[in-house]
Design a binder for this molecule. Structure first.
Ligand code: NAD
Length: 280
C-alpha cells in the first residue's frame, strides 16, 4: 500500500487567504519577530515567516539584535514591542545565545501578543483546556489531521519528542475533550519505543533525528506526522524514513512540504487571533 500524502501547502494556502481577508477587514495588523545573533537556521525560519506574513498582508517587523546583547536590553526590546500599538504579535526566535535566560525573555512577552504560545500563561491555559494562543506547529498538525479527516476519537496517538514547542502541546491537544485521543508520549529515555510506536493509529514524530522512524515501527494504515527538519548531505529530511514508511502507513506528511508550511501559516492565524483580542 502507498500512503496518502498529507501535503501542508494547499491547506496552508487556503488558511492564509482567509487570514488575508480577515486582516483587511480589521484594517491591518502587525507581527514582530526578535532574532538574537545570526544562527543560519533561525535566519531562514524568520525569513520564511516574513514572506508568509507578506502573503497574508500582515505587516511585519524583523528585529535583529546582537548575539552579545544583555538580558536587560533584550527584555527592554520586548517591552518596547509590547507597548507598540502597531504590533499585535511577538515571536522571540529560540534558542537564544547561551548567556541569555530564555524563560525570562519569554516572560517579558505580553501574553496577549504571545503568538508562539510560549508564555506560561498561555501554556497554562492550554493545559487547562481553555481557549488561548497555542504554539503554531501543534496547531498546524491538528488542522492537517482535521483536513485529512483522520479520526481521533478513541484512537491511540503516540507522540515521540517532549519539547515545550511541539511534543508536549500536541500531546495535550490530542487528549483534549473534542479530540479525545488516547495519548502516549515517548522521548529519549523511553524503553521499548518501537513497540509503543507500533501501537499508534496516529504517530507524531518531533525529535530532530534523520529517518529515526523506520517501517517496522509503524502500524499498517497509521497516520504518520513527521515534524523533524534535518539538514543532511543529501538535503532536507524528516525524522521518518519516508520512502519505506509510506509503503505501510495510511497517511504521511512529506518533509519538506508537510508540517513546515502549516507552522508558518498558523503563526499568522495566531497573529490574527491576537489582533482581534486586542481590538476587543
Ligand atoms: P527538541 O530538539 O527541543 O527536543 C528533541 C526531543 O526529542 C526531546 O524531547 C528528546 O527527548 C527527544 N528525542 C531525542 N532523541 C530521541 C530519541 N533517540 N528517541 C526518542 N526521543 C528522542 O525538539 P523540537 O524543538 O520539538 O524539534 C524537533 C524536530 O522538529 C527538529 O528537527 C526541529 O527542527 C523540528 N521542528 C520542525 C517544525 C516544523 O514546523 N516542521 C517546528 C518545530 C520543530
Amino acid at each position: 500500500m502507498t500512503a496518502t500524502l498529507m501535503a501542508g501547502g494547499p491547506l496552508a494556502e487556503r488558511i492564509r487567504a482567509q487570514v488575508a481577508e480577515d486582516v483587511q477587514e480589521l484594517g491591518g495588523i502587525g507581527l514582530a519577530t526578535v532574532q538574537v545573533g545570526e544562527d543560519p537556521s533561525s535566519t531562514v525560519y524568520i525569513r520564511r515567516k516574513h514572506e508568509a506574513a507578506g502573503e497574508a498582508v500582515i505587516g511585519s517587523t524583523d528585529l535583529k539584535l546582537p548575539a552579545d546583547i544583555s538580558q536587560e536590553a533584550l527584555v527592554a526590546a520586548v517591552e518596547e514591542l509590547n507597548a507598540d500599538d502597531e504590533i499585535d504579535g511577538i515571536l522571540v526566535q529560540l534558542p537564544l545565545p547561551g548567556q541569555l535566560d530564555e524563560a525570562q525573555a519569554v516572560l517579558a512577552i505580553d501574553p496577549v501578543k504571545d503568538v508562539d504560545g510560549v508564555h506560561p500563561f498561555n501554556a497554562g491555559q492550554l493545559y487547562l483546556g481553555r481557549p488561548t494562543l497555542v504554539p503554531a506547529t501543534p496547531l498546524g498538525i491538528m488542522a492537517l489531521l482535521e483536513d485529512y479527516r483522520i479520526g481521533l476519537d478513541g484512537a491511540r496517538a503516540v507522540v515521540i519528542g517532549r519539547s515545550d514547542i511541539v511534543g508536549k502541546p500536541v500531546a495535550i491537544m490530542l487528549m483534549q475533550r473534542g479530540y479525545d485521543a488516547t495519548v502516549t508520549v515517548c522521548h529519549s529515555r523511553t524503553a521499548n519505543l518501537p513497540e509503543i510506536a507500533r501501537q499508534a493509529d496516529i504517530l507524531i514524530v518531533a525529535i530532530g533525528r534523520p529517518k529515526f522512524v523506520t517501517a517496522d515501527m509503524v502500524k499498517p494504515g497509521a497516520a504518520v506526522i513527521d515534524v523533524g527538519i534535518n539538514r543532511t548531505e543529501t538535503g532536507l529530511v524528516g525524522d521518518v524514513d519516508f520512502a519505506a514508511v509510506k509503503e505501510i502507513a495510511g497517511h504521511i506528511t512529506p518533509v519538506p512540504g508537510g508540517v513546515g508550511p502549516m507552522t508558518r501559516t498558523m503563526l499568522l492565524y495566531n497573529t490574527l487571533l491576537a489582533a482581534r483580542e486586542q481590538q476587543e
